[in-house]
Design a protein around this ligand. Sequence first.
Ligand SMILES: [Zn+2]
Length: 489
Amino acid sequence: MKIGLAQIIQESNTFSPFKTELKDFYNQYFYLGKDIYDGFKNTKLELNGMIDVLNANNLEHIPLLATHGSCSGPLTRECFSSILNDLQKVLLDAPMLDGLLLALHGSLSIEDEPDGESEILELIQTIISKNIPIGVSLDLHGHITERMLKNNVFYIGYKTYPHIDLYATGEKTAKILVSTLNKEIKPKMVLSKLPLIISPVCGRTDEGPMKSIYDDLQNFTKNDNILDVSCFMVQPWLDYNDLGFATLVCSNNDMDKAKIVSDSICEKVWKIRNTLVPDLTPLVEAIEIGLSSNGTTVIGDCGDAPSGGSAGDNPTILKTLLDLGLDKADKNIYLTLVDPRAAKAACNSGVGSELKLELGYYFSKYEGKPLKIKARVKAITDGSFKIKHGLEGVEMQFGLTTLLTIGSISIAVRSYGGLEWDVGQYTSVGLDLKDASIVFVKSPSHFRAGYSSHSEQIIIADTPGSTCCDIKKIKYKNIKRQVHPLDEI
Ligand SMILES: [Zn+2]
């Protein structure tokens, strides 16, 4: 039997100042055919898990297309059509498939269409027969829609946030597909939704209110007819009518049982909804706590997180530090900022030089004016390093990066944003976290996997930007009301 393999992943944020273009996918990676094997050689992603299961079952895999567009604004229609054209070409050139394994996100949207995943699946089903089973892995921040439910398509979501089970999710998706092809099971999906938006700060699965919900999921699969239960806390920065928490149950042809399970989980989550509102620390308070503590305090700048689609160019933290006079403090503070213009100017000025420059709001122009600063250039790098936590082995590329210092404040100024999950973003510019009193990370939660062992404490600060973590402050226009926590329900 021949199984096709493909991946099209992007997490959209309708509040982002960007539209996602084809170059954003190519900047990450864009593999066609057998190049996928080389590209994924040292990673532990969904496709790796899928490939290993197919190999273990002596099934032939046909690599089609694999790309990642990171997290940013919705795709331009031109970008999306181009990717689908490539997918169509490789599918038409492929031998007759018996099954297909797909790694998707669940929150990919297009500038004129909220539900990109459904368009991908609909295209695939027009090329291969609708009778061919398709197994899809999804991120637990997927925005799950009724339209995604299609005959012969089943979905398996991550069970961890921070996401550390990409490989395991791929494995599970592939195992269910193999059993389906062996005619041992018939996967059927049931979806239940809640009018509830969970702040990513409260959505951790290793501690906090959602832990017990996720811990419990595997108990449901002890029932023979329940193959998998996935909960989707949804990417909150999508201004769409039907946005909300979702549970997807994959049953072995037992929709009634699946509906009972799916509704019961939603009921449990609804009961704890008031515990899912984050208690964010005001920025100045977070800084004070960090400075008065021993060791390194890591502060999550959740409002400007590129992992959720922000530009990473909001200079509020730097401005606050300078206003507090902390450039003259005897404790080191590290932060990052995206500003290609400043990175280039500092690079041209050279290591050791001091220069005046404007910093911040390079992309988010409508949010404010850049800061005028004077800084010293300490290091210049190409901004690349290997991620050790979260997306193990993937090479992170922030583009031309310069390390600037203003007194005791060190700023890694890079050309574009990316996932701030790994300490490599500081060590690659020559900074040691042990030497800092405060380290800022533009991420709401996922950074914990990489930063916990390098810090005495972690604080999440209430910071502005297009990934604002206080759901009540998000400027939704289209979301269907009533919805918790915007409304008291
Ligand atoms: Zn996610």
